[in-house]
Design a protein around this ligand. Structure first.
Ligand code: NDP
Ligand code: MG
Length: 388
């Protein structure tokens, strides 16, 4: 049963990022108590957040940031911890909900730690489900706690499924903005700059997911996320490019009825809904005016040009640790792109080459996931060192 909203307690993993800061906006609006905050190395912002929200614990992942953070909060009585184990311990502190808003597959073990401590999880970190979906779903079931998706498409699907537990899903319509390079050819992609790639038409997000949106890997990861969350086959997920990002995704039922969720593109809506579910509360988000939007369009994605989406389909079809190989290759390639080491078009090439070359196993455990992730990253790093 949901507790009174005013008394809710939250832990925010990745509080200094795009989703993390918007979660704190929601906390500010509704007066939620924040028990713990975490970041990698953004000590300035983390200190500011800690002084405003007075959590019991603050955790930094980066060892180099630990001493600095301790010194900054020395006068506050807030406990400061560091490292992956500490991040998992933070996720296990009893709260009404852990929001997992870290970026990358480093979020998997904290998600499991939160579930195993019987904490509900508001999950933005999609890499958790792509790499360890089976483990996460098993932990959700065995601990009898909910995962509520925050990714806007999956929140829309989750909302479209409410009240329909008796009904079979025919199809999931997973909408995609198409990113900044929709309509580009392979040749055109060779000339794009980092600045163009980081300029998303509809959403303001962290650099990694913004790059994933430009390659369409984001939609590939989301396809796998949908398969994991909603127990459908990959074939039941239809990717539809919808440039306006107003219909956030939909579910088609056996009778042909399609139920979707619409709204302005603002992550505070799905973030707040994850926390207040199954209730809805007033929010500070703008309301949708269909008159202002005027036209909604729907088109097919070009998977020959945007190979990452096709690779994601291939990985989920193979199963086992194949999605982890895909994800590890992508994390390594995107990091290299954001470091200025490779051009944009190389991301897709490296992901494809890695998915073809690196072995995957059918068995999915934390051990096989970590091995697959390491092998994929090593493969990509070696290819980058070799040059083109
Ligand atoms: P950001 O890059 O903006 O923020 C990431 C957060 O994670 C920061 O707090 C960062 O700390 C922390 N972090 C980074 N690296 C590590 C690490 N190795 N260990 C622990 N913490 C780390 O990302 P977003 O908020 O954009 O995205 C977060 C997740 O949510 C991603 O999985 C993304 O795919 C998903 N998502 C995001 C959406 C969005 O609108 N932004 C929409 C839907 C899903 P620091 O500041 O110190 O680097
Ligand atoms: Mg999304």
């Amino acid at each position: 049963m949901p507790v009174n909203d005013e008394n809710k307690t939250l832990t925010i993993l990745g509080s200094t990022g795009s989703i993390g800061t918007q979660t704190l906006d929601v906390c500010r609006m509704h007066g939620y108590k924040v028990k713990a905050l975490t970041a990698n190395s953004s000590t300035d912002l983390l200190e500011k957040q800690a002084r405003e929200f007075h959590p019991e614990t603050v955790c930094v992942m980066n060892e180099g940031a630990y001493a600095d953070m301790k010194e900054r909060l020395a006068d506050t009585g807030i406990k400061v911890t560091c490292g992956k184990e500490a991040l998992c311990e933070t996720a296990a502190i009893p709260v009404d909900m852990v929001i997992n808003a870290v970026v990358g597959m480093v979020g998997l073990e904290p998600t499991l730690a939160a579930l195993n401590a019987h904490n509900r999880v508001g999950l933005a970190n999609k890499e958790t489900l792509v790499t360890g979906g089976e483990l996460v779903k098993a932990a959700e079931k065995s601990n009898n706690v909910d995962i509520v998706p925050i990714d806007s498409e999956h929140s829309a699907i989750f909302q479209s499924l409410m009240g329909n537990s008796q009904n079979k899903i025919e199809k999931i319509i997973l909408t995609a903005s198409g990113g900044p390079f929709f309509g580009y050819t392979k040749d055109m992609l060779r000339g794009v700059t980092m600045e163009q790639a980081l300029h998303h038409p509809n959403w303001s997000m962290g650099r990694k997911i913004t790059t994933d949106s430009a390659t369409l890997m984001n939609k590939g990861l989301e396809l796998i996320e949908a398969v994991r969350l909603f127990d459908v086959t990959p074939e039941q997920v239809e990717v539809v490019v919808h440039r306006q990002s107003i219909l956030h995704s939909a579910v088609e039922y056996e009778d042909g009825a399609v139920i979707g969720q619409l709204g302005v593109p603002d992550m505070k809506i799905p973030i707040q809904f994850a926390v207040t579910y199954p209730r809805r509360l007033p929010s500070c988000s703008r309301k949708l005016s269909l008159f202002d939007v005027g036209t909604l369009t729907f088109e097919r994605a070009d998977e020959e040009t945007f190979v990452c989406l096709a690779e994601a389909r291939g990985a989920i079809a193979k199963g086992g640790t194949a999605p982890t190989v895909l994800n590890g290759a992508n994390e390594a390639a995107v990091a290299a792109f954001l470091d200025g080491k490779i051009p944009f078009y190389r991301i897709g090439e490296l992901v494809s080459a890695c998915c073809a070359a690196v072995r995957y196993t059918a068995e999915v455990t934390l051990g096989t996931i970590n091995d697959a992730d390491r092998a994929a990253r090593e493969y990509v790093d070696k290819e980058i060192q070799k040059g083109e």
